[in-house]
Design a protein around this ligand. Structure first.
Ligand SMILES: *[C@@H]1O[C@H](CO)[C@@H](O)[C@H](O)[C@H]1NC(C)=O
Ligand SMILES: *[C@@H]1O[C@H](CO)[C@@H](O)[C@H](O)[C@H]1NC(C)=O
Ligand SMILES: *[C@@H]1O[C@H](CO)[C@@H](O)[C@H](O)[C@H]1NC(C)=O
Ligand SMILES: *[C@@H]1O[C@H](CO)[C@@H](O)[C@H](O)[C@H]1NC(C)=O
Ligand SMILES: *[C@@H]1O[C@H](CO)[C@@H](O)[C@H](O)[C@H]1NC(C)=O
Ligand SMILES: *[C@@H]1O[C@H](CO)[C@@H](O)[C@H](O)[C@H]1NC(C)=O
Ligand SMILES: *[C@@H]1O[C@H](CO)[C@@H](O)[C@H](O)[C@H]1NC(C)=O
Ligand SMILES: *[C@@H]1O[C@H](CO)[C@@H](O)[C@H](O)[C@H]1NC(C)=O
Ligand SMILES: *[C@@H]1O[C@H](CO)[C@@H](O)[C@H](O)[C@H]1NC(C)=O
Ligand SMILES: *[C@@H]1O[C@H](CO)[C@@H](O)[C@H](O)[C@H]1NC(C)=O
Length: 552
């Protein structure tokens, strides 16, 4: 009796609903959604509802979302209205996306995952969010991040710890780890991130996804919580290269923005580029004659169960490249290409952070109670989370600025590194350099830091990188299909298009991306009743005891 009642409650609306259009959003792409939408088999409201249902079902497993956009269903309705009038425009028409919670997007607060910023609400969209919205995207919500994007564990005082959907005992990389876990879990078609050292690439690598870190200056960073003028970039994380290229085309379409003067570096040739033309149908991209450098200094050759799977996956890529007619050149200059040494000598974040964050916090484009400066934020120890490995970073940043004498000497070293990098590429006549994003597998929850990552080279030199999935470690008890492994493809400035082409040529042969299967995540989720409003998401309070709040 009770069972029958449950059945009638849960199944009847589902049947009525799905008769019209069962929409399967697992691994959905822009084109797999536009097909049924434009042929009248589904509606935008049904598409958005299907993603919300997946978030409701699986977000408690991975804790990737900080908030859903209360306007998401209203936006879907207005897009359905436009569609009914034959006015569906924009390459992202009705494509649900998530924004890392350091992008300003009305009407949601921009928290950076920080309790102290829980009410800090923008009056305007960031240019990147606005470009995505104008292209038709439905901003479904905001994803968790490592607090204020400062490390790669993806734990925050407001959002808790995000877990890796492939292995709940591991972190999702970071700092854009909420976006990585969410996109891998098919909570949206793609998501945005930011990258100051590794933060778009580490979550792509750890979640079997693709990301781009753009050339410095290609995409305006205005309206995004800043860390470093030299190193910050905004970008996207997606499940396939075609969607990644669409996201890049839309975001780069902002062009010059006076609010981010780095965009003045854009050469006229990049204006209006359609990056999707570099991602052609499967099997049509030739790698014959492509010259690829492998940075030997960015591997860890000490054999362990955490490094061997990475090195084996990279060996496999080299075999594929050679089999496809590419030339592989090993770059043996391990003195120049030593990520640990480069970080120690040249990273300028700590010198740029205070001035930039204080500028952001005091912007007239923010409303709501909040600290007005960076030192004020860090004077409220119960309202932010700094993991022990970051204590000295923050302590130094609070009293440092670009007027410290070490700043110009670090910038001189960066300029020298940039020349050395260009010389490596040009003298070997290379199309790109490749190396693992992380020398070892993504670290377990509770670790001191996200060790072994190689993002610093592109971060300091402003170089573009496409990150792509290249395989998995062997399966373990906690990782049924193994732990994802990713590779960076780095090129000269403004070569995003050719880098996408090389990634496509490799991906056509590797097909490494797989969806997660933990707790039935590879199964469909029925929308059992039409949503009347967007549900509220409450992040888990699952901060590991290794990171005590309020101790700083
Ligand atoms: C179509 O949409 C555009 C952009 O939103 C709008 O400016 C235009 O008025 C719409 N046209 C019609 C016929 O609804
Ligand atoms: C932010 O946190 C404070 C203190 O916990 C709470 O009173 C307030 O309602 C929160 N604001 C928002 C917008 O969530
Ligand atoms: C560019 O913007 C930065 C940060 O706002 C500022 O420090 C710098 O002086 C600006 N440079 C120019 C040439 O306007
Ligand atoms: C490697 O071995 C250690 C120690 O036995 C274990 O904790 C860890 O989970 C293993 N890693 C993998 C990827 O199997
Ligand atoms: C510049 O870079 C080259 C190549 O890494 C290195 O050999 C040289 O010592 C560097 N010069 C300075 C002044 O750091
Ligand atoms: C890389 O740099 C670190 C720190 O300076 C040093 O300890 C290490 O030996 C270097 N590795 C190589 C291969 O030179
Ligand atoms: C405020 O937002 C507007 C609209 O996006 C923008 O033009 C302006 O530069 C922003 N101001 C600041 C101080 O960020
Ligand atoms: C910058 O200068 C301040 C004041 O002298 C000092 O406390 C701080 O450690 C310096 N920062 C760096 C990164 O050298
Ligand atoms: C290489 O791996 C070994 C073994 O896990 C570790 O002790 C060492 O710190 C790693 N080196 C680098 C540069 O990541
Ligand atoms: C989901 O994954 C599990 C474990 O690998 C597998 O047994 C099951 O068949 C998969 N289901 C679907 C729908 O692919």
């Amino acid at each position: 009796m009770h069972f029958a009642r449950l059945l009638s409650l849960s199944l009847l609306p589902a049947i009525a609903y799905t008769q019209q259009a069962p929409i399967d959003v697992r691994e959905a792409t822009i084109s797999s959604l536009h097909g049924p939408l434009y042929s009248g088999l589904t509606t935008c409201r049904e598409i958005v509802s299907a993603f919300i249902a997946r978030v409701e079902r699986f977000n408690p497993d991975v804790n990737a979302i900080i908030t859903l956009n209360p306007e998401a269903l209203d936006i879907a309705n207005s897009l359905d209205e436009a569609l009914s009038q034959g006015n569906a425009t924009g390459p992202l028409f009705c494509i649900p996306i998530l924004l890392k919670d350091n992008y300003d997007a009305v009407p949601m607060p921009t928290t950076g995952g920080c309790l102290a910023l829980n009410g800090s609400t923008p009056t305007h969209d960031s240019p990147a969010a606005l470009a995505l919205r104008r292209a038709g995207a439905v901003i479904l919500g905001k994803s968790n991040l490592h607090e204020l994007a400062l490390e790669g564990i993806s734990v925050s005082s407001l959002g808790g710890q995000t877990l890796n959907p492939y292995d709940h005992s591991r972190t999702p990389g970071g700092s854009s780890g909420g976006t990585g876990a969410a996109v891998a879990s098919s909570f949206a078609v793609f998501g945005t991130g930011t990258d100051t050292v590794n933060s778009l690439r580490s979550p792509a690598s750890a979640n079997s996804l693709f990301s781009f870190r753009p050339t410095r200056g290609l995409i305006s960073r205005a309206g995004v919580i800043p860390i470093s003028y030299t190193q910050d970039t905004v970008g996207a994380i997606a499940r396939c290269l075609a969607d990644l290229a669409t996201a890049l085309t839309v975001m780069a379409g902002i062009g010059y923005d006076a609010a981010d003067n780095a965009t003045s570096a854009q050469p006229p040739t990049v204006a209006g580029t359609d990056y999707t033309t570099y991602v052609t149908p499967a099997g049509t991209t030739s790698l014959v004659g492509t010259r690829v450098g492998v940075l030997e200094g960015f591997f860890n050759r000490t054999s362990t169960n955490e490094t061997d799977p990475v090195n084996e996956a990279m060996n496999n890529v080299v075999s594929v490249l050679r089999a496809q007619g590419a030339t592989v050149v090993t770059i043996t200059d391990t003195a120049t290409y030593n990520a640990t040494a480069i970080s120690a000598q040249m990273d300028v974040q700590q010198l740029e952070y205070r001035e930039l964050l204080s500028g952001y916090l005091s912007s007239p484009n923010l409303t709501g109670a909040r600290p007005q400066t960076m030192p004020e934020l860090y004077s409220t120890p119960d309202e932010f989370l700094v993991i022990p490995a970051q204590y000295s970073y923050v302590e130094t940043a609070v009293r440092s600025s670009t007027s410290n004498s070490s700043y110009s000497s670090k910038q001189t070293l960066i300029a020298n590194l940039t020349r050395a990098l260009y010389a490596t590429i040009v003298s070997n006549n290379l199309d790109c350099l490749v190396y693992p994003e992380q020398k070892n597998l993504v670290v377990p929850v509770g670790s001191a830091s996200q060790s072994g990552r190689n993002g610093i080279l592109a971060a300091l030199t402003g170089s573009p990188v496409i990150t792509m999935p290249i395989g998995f470690s062997p399966s373990t008890a906690s990782a049924p299909i193994g732990i994802p492994i990713g590779m960076e493809i780095l090129g000269l400035p403004w070569t995003e298009g050719p880098l996408l082409r090389i990634a496509k040529g490799i991906d056509d042969r590797l097909h490494a991306r797989k969806m997660p299967v933990t707790n039935g995540m590879n199964e469909t989720v029925e929308v059992t009743a039409a949503y009347t409003q967007v549900p509220r998401i409450t992040p888990l309070r699952n901060i590991p005891s290794a990171y005590p709040l309020g101790v700083y």
